[in-house]
Design a protein. Structure first.
Ligand SMILES: Nc1nc2c(c(=O)[nH]1)N[C@H]1C(S)=C(S)[C@@H](COP(=O)(O)O)O[C@H]1N2
Ligand SMILES: [Mo]
Length: 211
């Protein structure tokens, strides 16, 4: 196997790597809605649809024959924990763009997982150099609990955008809030700006905090 290209998440190079309101944890917690799905890696495939020149259904094996990257990043959950120094191995989001070629009108990406779970990203956020579809965490194959056989990792946004068990990538001309975004989280989710909740949810919380 060729040596993977190494990518360092740009946020790693900040003088202060911890975003406001976050506390580092030693182990990566397990956090998701519902039960961990039972997925056979051999039967698993990624369906790339919507506004792309080359829609495709790609198996894990086909994906693993793409140029591989090893990406080093800190990840930040909206609930306040951060896991520093994580290493993920997989295929770059940019590689997916190269092989599928989104149409000029595709400004948004909806990432799908089993159980009708989705998360939304702008194409710009999806295009960052450190966005990776990972099948390996540290030195090990990705545990089902952490999203194996394949998960998205978007280090520059809160970790809820990092969809586990990715089954589809849909390119769209319009934005469509996903599961956590509809549940009151921020549509964008930049941890450095503390974009934790939607403006409406943040207002509700502020008024319920009053004595
Ligand atoms: N499919 C799916 N992916 C998901 C979620 C989910 O509920 N379903 N939760 C997100 C949230 S809120 C977090 S913090 C991270 C947690 O990833 P981990 O369990 O590997 O730490 O997964 C994200 N990806
Ligand atoms: Mo989260």
């Amino acid at each position: 196997m060729e040596k993977p290209e190494r990518i360092i998440s740009p946020d790693i190079l900040r003088p202060d790597r911890l975003p406001p309101g976050q506390t580092p944890v030693d182990e990566l917690p397990v956090l998701h809605e519902g039960k961990t799905p039972d997925i056979s890696p051999l039967e698993w495939s990624l369906n790339i649809t919507g506004m792309v020149e080359r829609p495709m259904k790609i198996t894990l094996k086909q994906l693993q024959f793409q140029p591989t990257v090893e990406m080093f990043a800190d990840v930040h959950c909206v609930e306040g924990w951060s896991k520093m120094d994580t290493v993920w191995t997989g295929v770059a989001g940019r590689r997916i763009l190269e092989i599928t070629k989104p149409q000029p009108s595709a400004g948004f990406v909806i990432v799908h997982a089993p159980g009708d779970f989705t998360a939304n990203l702008t194409l710009e956020d999806f295009s960052r150099e450190d966005v990776v579809f990972a099948w390996q965490y540290g030195a090990q194959a990705l545990d089902p609990e952490h999203g194996g056989p394949l998960r998205l990792v978007v280090p520059h946004l809160y970790f809820w955008k990092s969809v586990k068990w990715v089954s589809g990538i849909e390119f769209c001309s319009e934005d469509r809030p996903g599961f956590w975004e509809k549940a009151g989280y921020h549509n964008h989710g930049d941890p450095w700006l503390e974009e934790r909740f939607s403006p409406e949810k943040a207002r509700q919380q502020a008024s319920s905090d009053k004595p």
